[in-house]
Design a protein around this ligand. Structure first.
Ligand SMILES: Cc1ncc(C[n+]2csc(CCOP(=O)(O)OP(=O)(O)O)c2C)c(N)n1
Ligand SMILES: [Mg+2]
Length: 662
């Protein structure tokens, strides 16, 4: 059924009423944006968006991203009105309250119809770029019958002003992501006031320069909105539609001003708005005819979905397509076997190189792995031989040249992972994890399988100097909940950590890898890294010391151990490639690796910030010892830097002897 535009006004007013009432009830939230974009959203959902409320996870649905996440009541209203199971009206009544899935900002893990978590401005749009990339990649692999959908974004002035916007639209423009459509809530208001306070940018010109098509409309004129969205739909370039709107539209005394951005209207103004809109229903009640119009609209997608189901049923690709969309890895036995046979003999390689070697084994058998790098392919060693470039001319490629856009890359990877059907990994220098940081955090919050390959992980990178040498990055990444930070010690651990990252379907991973060569410390791929930490070398003499090390410092710990053993002091070496996985082990295992014995001195060795290591050392003999780097590095060959900053047996062994005799 096609609704005539004369039915749209009450439908849009239903969004306005729910939004202002929910914000009023919570006495907190953002009514301005949903009230301003209610008309555009109504036309989008009525005439353009492909969706089926009965199946929020339908693989070929259009993706709808509310990048301006503060306007969360817009999406909650739309999901309720069109007939999704969640949220319920009770959930909306309890907007922003404990236990309601209608959180302050939309959360993908609380409501199935929410494609991604938004709120950090700019990132929703950048994730949408990744969703549109995943769509094209899967389309090239599985064809139009199974994969052919748009990605629609609602973005505000803030999303367009953020720096990440430049990265995201540059990437999308170069890749000619024609199925990406951004609806800009062009209301010329941000929190502080009129946008002229802070910007005079010609946004359409900037988007055109990046390879986009730009359209515009009066965001309160249904026919004009439909015209602009029709034009955007026909474009084969990514499109920006500037929707000229009035923030808080409908509120007679507050619309158009910045106060309506992020505060309840107040009881009097809510009443005045009801009057102004001719809205007579009580809060959280809807006229049955209006709800019926919304619900009938919600049912139109069922037909498209059914036709798609039929195509899937007869598709030769059905099983593979379903596997990928379910996020299940292929043929786990083959992967385990490859791992068991991995690295026979002694391989002295940098872990970044070991990672590349492993990718050449694993990427051919996991076709959903889509790699990439932020212009450091040759340094991050992220490209497997089997991967062709993903370009505007060939979307079947599996390797993305992200350009020097670390934040944009990390966010796009999250969007790819959220889209499903692909497993994104991408590289940069570990030091630039700071540039990616909020996207890494958002991956953790959203429980996406994003794999960040971060090389040059310490002063061991050498001559590039302190601007490039991570000091605090590894430990600070460990602070992020639901993020596995891996720092493998050799080629065997590297392959194990890669596999753990691939298997962690709801936890993103950082792989911190070395530039410099490291010896192979273990012979077999028996997945000891899965425990997070394990005893790599056991004391021979009476055990007095436990050395806990990660990455490149495990080799050093082994040398320290040999010296101590030579002096009759027994020492274990514990390799700890992943602190988070170790913390997840049961107490018995943790005590086996790190026994509670105050006569034993525990020593941490990691070429980075020592803060945090006390948790493993402080309660040991004489307060334990932390060998690390709590200052910036310097520009010199790696060997000289390790010597200069005390990462040698000559410096560490006497410190341990001092501690033992204190
Ligand atoms: C990265 C980031 N910085 C700051 C904020 C806080 N913030 C939320 S909304 C907003 C203003 C956004 O303006 P606009 O996108 O025009 O939204 P409108 O006022 O039109 O609803 C700001 C600064 C945020 N959510 N994310
Ligand atoms: Mg605005």
């Amino acid at each position: 059924m096609t609704l005539a535009p004369d039915r749209f006004a009450p439908m849009a007013n239903a969004i306005r009423a729910l939004s202002m009432d929910a914000v009023q009830a919570a006495n907190s939230g953002h009514p301005g944006m949903p009230m301003g974009m209610a008309d555009v959203a109504t036309v989008l959902f009525a005439k353009f968006l492909k969706f089926d409320p009965a199946d929020p996870y339908w693989a070929d649905r259009d993706r709808f991203v509310l990048s301006a996440g503060h306007g969360s009541m817009l999406i909650y209203s739309l999901l309720y009105l069109t007939g999704y199971e969640s949220p319920t009206m009770d959930d909306i009544r309890n907007f922003r309250q404990l236990g309601s899935p209608c959180a302050g900002h939309p959360e993908n893990f609380l409501i199935p119809g929410v494609e991604c978590t938004t709120g950090p401005l700019g990132q929703g749009l950048a994730m949408a770029v990744g969703m549109a990339m995943a769509e094209r990649q899967l389309n090239a692999t599985f064809g139009n019958d199974l994969v052919d959908h748009n990605t629609w974004v609602v973005a505000g002035d803030g999303c367009l002003m953020e720096g990440i916007n430049h990265e995201a639209i540059g990437l999308a423009g170069n890749l000619k992501l024609g199925k990406l459509k951004v609806l800009w809530d062009d209301n010329k208001i941000t929190i502080d006031g009129d946008t002229s306070l802070s910007t005079s940018e010609d946004i359409p010109a900037r988007y055109r320069a990046a390879g986009w098509d730009v359209f515009s409309c009066d965001g309160h004129d249904y026919a004009d909105i439909e015209r602009a969205l029709t034009e955007a739909s026909a474009s084969d370039k990514p499109s920006l539609v500037a929707c000229r709107t009035i923030i808080g539209k409908g509120s007679p005394n507050k619309q158009g001003g910045h106060e309506v951005h992020g505060a309840a209207l107040g009881m009097d103004e809510v009443a005045a708005t009801r009057e102004n809109l001719g809205w007579t229903s009580e809060p959280f009640e809807l006229p049955s005819a209006v709800l019926a119009d919304w619900r009938s609209l919600g049912q139109t997608g069922a037909k498209l979905h059914a036709a798609w189901d039929e195509r899937l049923a007869v598709s030769a690709h059905a099983a593979e397509f379903k596997r990928r969309m379910a996020g299940e890895l292929p043929n786990g036995d083959a992967i385990r076997k490859a791992l068991a046979e991995w690295v026979e003999g002694d391989a002295t390689v940098a872990t970044r190189k070991a990672s590349e070697n492993w990718l050449n084994v694993i990427a051919p058998v996991v076709p959903e792995m889509i790699g990439g790098s932020a212009d450091l392919t040759g340094s991050n060693n992220t490209k497997a031989k089997c991967q062709a470039p993903f370009t505007a001319d060939d979307y079947s490629g599996r390797y993305v040249y992200y350009g020097i856009r670390e934040f944009g890359m990390a966010a796009a990877m999250n969007g790819m992972a959220l889209h499903g059907g692909v497993i994104p990994y991408g590289g940069t220098f570990l030091i630039f994890s700071d540039y990616c940081r909020n996207a890494i955090r958002m991956a953790a919050l959203q429980q996406t399988r994003s794999i960040y390959v971060m090389t040059h992980d310490s002063i061991g990178l050498g001559e590039d100097g302190p601007t490039h040498q991570p000091v605090e990055q590894v430990m600070s990444l460990r602070l992020i909940p639901n993020l596995n930070v891996f720092r493998p010690a050799d080629a065997v651990e590297t392959a194990e950590c890669w596999n753990l990252a691939l298997e962690s379907s709801e936890t993103p991973s950082v792989l911190a890898l070395t530039r410099q060569n490291l010896p192979q410390l273990r012979k077999s791929g028996d997945m000891l890294s899965a425990r997070g930490a394990y005893v790599l070398r056991s004391a021979e003499a009476d055990r007095k010391v436990i050395l806990i090390a990660t990455g490149s410092e495990v080799e050093l710990a082994c040398k320290v151990r040999e010296e101590l053993e030579g002096q009759g002091i027994g020492a274990d070496v514990v390799s700890m490639p992943c602190m988070e996985l170790f913390e997840a082990q049961d107490e018995a295992y943790r005590h086996e690796v790190l026994p509670h014995d105050p006569s034993i001195l525990r020593v941490s060795i990691e070429a980075g910030a020592t803060m945090g290591w006390e948790r493993y050392t402080a309660l040991s003999r004489n307060g334990g010892l932390n060998i690390g780097l709590d200052r910036f590095g310097a520009s010199a060959p790696a060997k000289d830097l390790f010597a200069r900053f005390g990462f040698t047996t000559e410096v560490i062994v006497p410190k341990i002897l001092d501690k033992l005799s204190a």
